[in-house]
Design a protein. Structure first.
Length: 89
């Protein structure tokens, strides 16, 4: 299954490392990363896949939501199909 991970918040050291580590610890492979910083505001979108992961999507969502909240970031994970459907014009 492919996932879209979005991260939004004030820029700070270690955001990419924290998200990448959480995904790697759950055997989720990162396929693509797109991130930018504008006026101190961090925005990142990752495409990842769970082919070898045994972790449920809901568990990943909770894990990253909690990790993000601890450092004042909003982190969301959605199935790629849901993300695409929500963002169609």
């Amino acid at each position: 299954m492919k996932l879209v991970v979005t991260v939004i918040g004030r820029d700070q050291v270690g955001i990419i490392a924290m998200v990448s580590r959480a995904l790697a610890d759950n055997n989720v492979n990162i396929l693509s990363i797109n991130q930018n910083i504008m006026d101190g505001f961090f925005n990142m979108v990752m495409l990842a896949e769970t082919t070898d992961s045994k972790t449920k999507l809901a568990d990943l969502q909770n894990l990253l939501r909690e990790k993000g909240a601890a450092i004042n970031l909003e982190i969301k994970i959605q199935h790629e199909d849901i993300f695409k459907t929500m963002h169609e014009v």
